[in-house]
Design a binder for this molecule. Structure first.
Ligand SMILES: Nc1ncnc2c1ncn2[C@@H]1O[C@H](COP(=O)(O)OP(=O)(O)OP(=O)(O)O)[C@@H](O)[C@H]1O
Length: 362
C-alpha cells in the first residue's frame, strides 16, 4: 500500500482516540504529519506546557490505534510541549528545568562521538573505537544516531532491519562482536529531512530505550555532525559518561568542532578529548608520512580548549576501502598501524575513565 494511503488510514484510526477536553486526536491541531516508512510510522502530538501528563493516556491510545493498522511497522508517537516540565529542585523553586537524566536499561556507560561538521570520518572513528573497546574485553554496542547520514549499516555491513520482538522491543543487529542499531533502518533514502525536532528525538529515545542491549559495558553513540535536537535530547535525558570529538586538521573543521565542544560543555557532559582524523597521509608504497594539512592543528586546538588530545588517525586508503566493504580496519587488519592508532586512543580513554572497565560501579 502506498505510504500516503497508510498515513490516511492511521489518521482515520486516530479519530477514535479521545483527547483531554473532548474531541478526537485526528482533528486536533497539535497532531503532526504522519510519517510512514517501510519499517516505521512516526508522528508527534504537541501540547500546551503542563498538559503532558493529561495527554499521556491519549498518547498510549494513539500508539495502540496506529499499531493496529501499521502492518507490523514500528510505531513512534512523541508527546512534546513548548517548555520542559519542571522537575526536582527546579520544581521546588518554581523554575522550569530539564527532565531528570536516566540510565539506559542494559547499558552501563554511553560514550558519544560527535564532530563539528560532516564528512570528517566521525562514523568511521566511532565504529573503530567501538571495536577497539571490544578488543579490550568489554561488551560494546554501537548506536548510529546520525539521522542525516546514517553510515553504520555500510560500515558494519548490516543488512535488513532489526528484528522487533512481540513486546515491541528491538533485537539489535550483531556484527563483528558488536550489538548495533541504526536510525538508518527506520528511514527511507531521502526522508531524513522530514524527521525534525520531536520526531527525531522520539526515534532516538526509542532506539536507545526500546532495544534489548543485553548488558553492555559501553554503548558508543555516533551523533549527527554539529549540534541539534538529537544532541540535546541525548545529553539532557540520558546519563552520558563522556563525549569524543572528531576533527580533521583543517582550521575550518576545528572552528566547527569548537562549537560542538562548547555545547557539550554547556550540557555538563565530560569531554573525553579530541581525535584528529585524516591527520596525515601515509604513502602506500613507501610508508612515508606526508603532513598534507600541516601538523599539530588539532593538538593545539585541544590545548587551547583545555581538553585532552586523544590521538591522530592517518588518511589511508585501507580505512576507506575496509569501511566501504563493511569490515572496519580494526577487524580487517587488527595488527596494522591504523588499528594500533585506534587502540592507543582507547587506552587513553580507559585511563581517563577507568569506570568503563569496572563492572561493579553501578
Ligand atoms: N582516516 C581515514 N582515511 C581514509 N578515509 C577515511 C578516513 N576516515 C574516514 N574516511 C572516509 O571518509 C568518508 C567519510 O567518513 P564517515 O562517513 O566516517 O564521516 P562522517 O564524519 O561520519 O560523515 P557524516 O557526517 O556524513 O556521517 C568515508 O568514505 C570514509 O571511509
Amino acid at each position: 500500500m502506498p505510504d500516503t494511503e497508510l498515513a490516511a488510514r492511521i489518521k482515520a484510526a486516530l479519530g477514535a482516540v479521545e483527547i483531554p477536553g473532548g474531541g478526537a486526536l485526528a482533528g486536533y491541531g497539535g497532531l503532526s504529519d504522519i510519517i510512514v516508512t517501510s519499517h516505521a510510522v512516526a508522528f508527534a502530538i504537541s501540547v500546551a506546557p503542563g498538559m503532558e501528563a493529561a495527554f499521556g493516556p491519549a498518547r498510549e491510545a494513539a500508539q495502540k490505534a496506529a499499531e493496529a493498522v501499521a502492518e507490523g511497522r514500528k510505531v513512534m508517537v512523541s508527546l512534546t510541549s513548548d517548555r520542559a516540565p519542571a522537575t526536582g529542585q527546579a520544581a521546588a523553586t518554581g523554575r522550569p528545568g530539564p527532565p531528570a537524566k536516566q540510565p539506559v536499561p542494559g547499558v552501563r556507560h554511553i560514550i558519544a562521538v560527535g564532530s563539528g561538521k560532516g564528512g570528517v570520518g566521525k562514523s568511521t572513528v566511532a565504529a573503530n573505537l567501538a571495536l577497539a573497546l571490544l578488543a579490550e574485553g568489554l561488551k560494546v554496542g554501537l548506536l548510529d544516531a546520525d539521522l542525516y547520514g546514517p553510515s553504520v549499516p555500510r560500515l558494519l555491513g548490516l543488512e535488513g532491519k532489526p528484528a522487533v520482538r512481540e513486546d515491541g522491543i528491538f533485537s539489535p543487529h550483531e556484527a563483528h562482536g558488536l550489538k548495533a542499531m541504526s536510525i538508518g533502518a527506520m528511514l527511507e533514502p531521502g526522508q531524513a529531512v522530514v524527521w525534525r525536532g520531536p520526531m527525531a528525538t522520539s526515534a532516538l529515545r526509542q532506539l536507545l530505550r526500546e532495544t534489548d542491549w543485553g548488558g553492555l559495558d559501553v554503548l558508543v553513540v555516533d551523533l549527527p555532525p554539529g549540534t541539534g535536537d538529537i544532541h540535546i535530547s541525548l545529553f539532557q535525558q540520558n546519563e552520558v559518561s563522556g563525549a569524543v570529538i572528531v576533527s580533521t586538521p583543517q582550521e575550518l573543521a576545528l572552528i566547527d568542532a569548537r562549537k560542538a565542544i562548547d555545547m557539550i560543555r554547556r550540557m555538563g557532559v565530560p569531554l573525553l578529548g579530541l581525535v584528529e582524523n585524516m591527520s596525515h597521509f601515509i604513502a602506500p608504497d613507501t610508508g612515508k608520512r606526508y603532513d598534507i594539512f600541516g601538523t599539530g592543528g588539532a593538538q593545539r586546538a585541544a590545548a587551547d580548549l583545555g581538553i585532552p588530545f586523544l590521538g591522530e588517525i592517518p588518511l589511508v586508503m585501507s580505512i576507506r576501502e575496509r569501511s566501504d566493504a563493511g569490515t572496519p580496519v580494526m577487524v580487517a587488519e587488527p595488527d596494522g598501524a591504523e588499528a594500533r592508532a585506534f587502540r592507543a586512543i582507547v587506552e587513553k580513554l580507559l585511563a581517563d575513565l577507568p569506570a568503563l572497565k569496572h563492572q561493579d560501579d553501578r
